[in-house]
Design a protein around this ligand. Structure first.
Ligand SMILES: Nc1nc2c(c(=O)[nH]1)N[C@H]1C(S)=C(S)[C@@H](COP(=O)(O)OP(=O)(O)OC[C@H]3O[C@@H](n4cnc5c(=O)[nH]c(N)nc54)[C@H](O)[C@@H]3O)O[C@H]1N2
Ligand SMILES: Nc1nc2c(c(=O)[nH]1)N[C@H]1C(S)=C(S)[C@@H](COP(=O)(O)OP(=O)(O)OC[C@H]3O[C@@H](n4cnc5c(=O)[nH]c(N)nc54)[C@H](O)[C@@H]3O)O[C@H]1N2
Ligand SMILES: [Mo]
Length: 765
């Protein structure tokens, strides 16, 4: 097996047995139950499994660390889905990595292992350090680790030579103290996974409606007449959303899926929590499917909006537009200047399905538009989401029951982390409030986002990288560049639950700080024995609620994320005038949050209520738009088709059913019919024919970008699949070697991981 230094081996243990079966026509049902139980069985004992699952998403239990889809008001005792169970099993596993593991495996050896293998080794149990020049991690005490990190941070020639990354599982409390530490040190270098995820949504919605969040509640989804599911695969990534779609459907909603792939969860759903879902054929979900070309959604919504403005029967909500929007004349003029035939050709869609979509949008008053990475990870992502916002604004489908914009977030607290100030471009208001609360002078200059951070690390402008969760090396684009950038740092620190590539491709000195997961009891140290601490999270629909772990910690040495941040802070910023030790009582942190962050007044009391509370959202609450003009803004966006030279393909990188971002649960992608392997390229038969290739052939994927750097992902097996001609799909993180660091979305700098121009070369050997 040829091992690539940056990405691990070019094959997973199972790739030799890779097999392909028919694509599934529906999601969940009995196979999902069996799959989740199998996963639990392989990782933890039966008693613990039952106890763990009974606390999942219950008012007094813990929030699912899977996705950010909200909990329904009336929870059933089994409020979970197959992939939530996998996320739990991954964290509650009985497997452990101890000191002897690191004695047996050198870092040089870990580098050659696959992401799957690394994750399967179990939970990290004690702090470890790799000292400069050593090829092994060795144990270190917590105090020595904090001292080493504090010393390094205090000796920086500028605080901007440190980067503080956050993944989206971190609780509100930990996120708040983490950003406070960065700002007390004097930097806004707070990149996060959002930069690679929904940043485009935040920017587009901020421009259009004055708030970078969605405007719907779960009730709105249930009450909608029309639900658009765009660039999203809920059957795999937000399975509990299928229950909401089923409910909407039961009440008469129609559902339209806009996606280059026919994802199983949208074709049909067999709700495993209802008898007919288990035994019957389930509910067909999508009434209409538009197999759009990758990267062409802007063109599609421009066609729709053009038809809205042209419609002689008055398709626009004139009263709403006149009262609450600006820019209607400029938008109308721009839309009327467009060549609709060109736009249609770019989408690759039949005119008839576009007519049908238009008819549904024209008929429905209550429209909800949901989307995820299929819209956000393109060069024109911001413009595309703004154009979608135009559609809903023109129809007046916002700020009323059953209607609105619904970016479906990924990580379970990614939205909350932003609310807490994890942002490299904080607002003045936020910093002013922080400064008042803590008598600080926060830095005003914007910091690095993810891509800027990598570029700065690569040129030697960063000495210290701290990762609050996540797997920066594997999740970020251009893996070879990112890994080398990481290795240029003097010190890298990873606060983690599980081993991953970022521990193997690390700085000169590297420290692993193992933390409690959300399922675990957080008893704290130095606080009254038996006082279990709770933390809070915010879901995709702005509801904030408490979560409390119930399992025994994976090791007695683990510390909570809050305690770890405060341990570092006590050594890095002892003179900031902040009582870091006092934060061991999380109520103190919440009291500060209540004074700094709008909407958190009376925080402590409001999380005693099961289900918590919902943050203010002006468009949803009162059709108010807090933009510079005080109105919602209809924006003019210009579509540029992605140029794909002859003989090349447009690659999008997606998740399989058996992974959570860079965490690989298993080697199957059941709904798409892929078994025991991940290095596959889904490609249209017509493209295979054009290339003189056949299903089953093994090829290298070679990136084509203007910088002439060779980016190659070797040994992918071709699988004939129903994808639009000229486009193809493969899983990440294996394909992140192909995403150029400087190929980013206009306006949000999100890596364009859903549109990469590649060519295929037959693999040698
Ligand atoms: N089990 C599980 N759950 C997860 C995750 C996980 O990895 N595993 N990840 C979490 C995270 S962080 C996130 S952000 C979400 C991600 O949730 P998704 O966005 O659903 O994840 P992807 O697999 O990236 O799927 C993108 C979808 O967009 C489609 N698509 C690609 N390009 C285009 C396009 O140009 N136009 C349109 N209309 N569609 C397009 C793809 O075919 C695919 O169906 O899920 C979260 N939940
Ligand atoms: N090509 C391509 N690249 C992508 C994407 C894509 O669609 N295509 N999607 C992007 C998206 S949407 C996202 S959000 C990013 C994800 O980027 P990240 O959030 O950085 O990556 P994850 O794989 O979710 O991180 C997994 C690691 O988090 C740690 N972890 C798990 N739970 C906890 C916890 O409770 N606390 C702490 N401290 N650590 C924990 C574990 O050690 C685990 O190994 O990837 C992005 N990268
Ligand atoms: Mo994400």
């Amino acid at each position: 097996m040829a091992a690539s230094k940056a990405t691990g081996p070019d094959a997973d243990p199972g790739d030799a047995e890779l097999s392909v079966s028919a694509q599934k026509r529906s999601a969940a049902g009995v196979p999902a139950l069996i799959a989740s139980m199998r996963q639990v069985h392989g990782q933890l004992g039966a008693k613990k499994a039952v106890r763990t699952l009974l606390h999942l998403n219950q008012p007094d239990g813990f929030d699912c660390p899977g996705c950010a889809w909200p909990d329904p008001h009336h929870t059933s005792p089994f409020e979970f889905c197959e992939n939530g169970v996998k996320a739990i099993a991954e964290e509650a596993t009985d497997r452990r990595i101890d000191v002897s593991f690191f004695a047996r495996h050198s870092i040089g050896e870990l580098v050659t292992m696959s992401d799957y293998w690394l994750g399967q080794q179990g939970r990290l149990t004690e702090p470890m350090i790799r000292r400069a020049g050593d090829d092994h991690y060795r144990p270190i005490s917590w105090d020595d680790a904090f001292t080493a990190i504090g010393t390094e941070l205090r000796s920086l020639s500028s605080p901007n030579r440190a980067v503080f990354y956050t993944s989206g599982r971190t609780s509100n409390e930990a996120a708040f103290v983490y950003q406070l530490l960065a700002r007390a040190l004097g930097t806004n270098n707070l990149p996060d996974c959002s930069n690679m995820c929904h940043e485009s949504s935040g920017i587009a919605l901020g421009n259009a409606i004055g708030i970078g969040k969605g405007t719907v509640s779960l009730d709105d989804v249930h009450a909608a007449e029309l639900i658009l599911v765009i660039g999203q695969n809920p059957g795999t990534n937000h399975p509990r959303m299928l229950t909401a779609l089923e409910e909407a459907k039961r009440r008469g909603a129609s559902i339209v899926s806009i996606n280059p792939l026919h994802e199983a969860g949208l074709i049909g759903f067999r709700n495993p929590q209802r008898p007919r879902g288990v035994v019957g054929r389930g509910t067909p979900l999508a009434d209409l499917h538009l197999p759009i070309r990758v990267g062409a959604d802007l063109a599609l919504f421009q066609i729709i909006n053009r038809r809205l403005v042209d419609d002689p029967s008055g398709a626009i909500d004139d009263a709403f537009v006149a009262a609450s929007c600006d820019g209607v004349d400029e938008l109308t003029e721009h839309l009327c200047s467009l060549d609709v035939d060109d736009l249609l050709a770019a989408t690759g869609l039949d005119a008839a399905v576009v007519d049908e979509l238009y008819a549904r949008i024209r008929r429905a008053d209550r429209i909800v538009a949901c989307w995820a990475m299929g819209l956000t990870q393109h060069k024109q992502a911001v413009a595309t989401i703004q154009e979608l916002a135009n559609t809903l604004l023109l129809r007046g489908a916002i700020g009323k029951p059953g209607a609105g914009l619904c970016p479906v977030r990924g990580h379970s607290n990614v939205q909350g982390d932003r609310t807490m100030g994890i942002y490299e471009k904080p607002t003045e208001e936020f910093l002013d409030a922080l400064d008042r609360e803590f008598a600080l002078v926060s830095p005003r200059a914007h910091g690095f986002d993810t891509v800027d951070a990598i570029a700065a690390m690569a040129t030697g402008d960063v000495d210290v990288f701290v990762g609050m969760g996540g797997n920066f090396v594997a999740a970020a684009p251009d893996t070879d560049v990112t890994a080398a950038a990481m290795e240029r740092c003097r010190l890298t620190v990873q606060v983690s639950t599980k081993l991953n590539r970022s521990h193997a491709r690390c700085g000169e000195t590297a420290i692993i700080l193992p933390c409690l997961g959300r399922t675990e009891i957080d008893a704290g140290r130095g606080i009254a024995a038996g006082t279990e601490r709770r933390v809070t999270v915010e879901d995709s629909m702005s509801a904030v609620h408490a979560t409390r772990g119930r399992n025994q910690p994976a090791s007695p040495m683990l510390r909570s994320e809050v305690d770890i941040v405060c341990g570092i802070a006590a050594h890095a910023a002892p003179d900031a005038g902040i009582d870091w030790a006092g934060f061991a009582d999380y109520r103190t942190i919440r009291a500060h949050i209540a004074s700094v962050v709008p909407g958190f007044e009376d925080f402590e009391r409001r999380i005693d209520v099961p289900g918590g509370f919902v943050l203010p959202n002006p468009p949803r609450d009162s059709r108010t738009f807090v933009t510079t003009t005080g109105t919602a803004r209809l924006t003019v966006n210009r579509f540029e088709a992605i140029e794909v030279p002859a003989g090349r393909l447009l690659l999008q990188t997606i998740r399989s059913h058996d992974q959570y971002n860079t965490t690989i649960y298993g080697l199957d992608d059941r709904y798409r019919g892929i078994h025991q392997g991940r290095r596959v390229l889904l490609i249209a038969q017509a493209d295979l024919d054009d290339h003189g290739l056949r299903d089953g052939d093994v090829v290298d994927l070679v990136g084509e970008w203007h910088d002439d750097v060779e980016r190659r992902a070797p040994r992918f097996r071709l699988v004939t699949y129903d994808v639009p001609r000229g486009t193809c799909a493969a899983y990440f993180p294996e394909t992140n070697v192909l995403v150029p660091l400087d190929s980013v979305a206009d306006g949000s700098a999100t890596p364009t991981s859903k549109s990469i121009v590649i060519r295929l070369e037959r693999s040698r050997g």
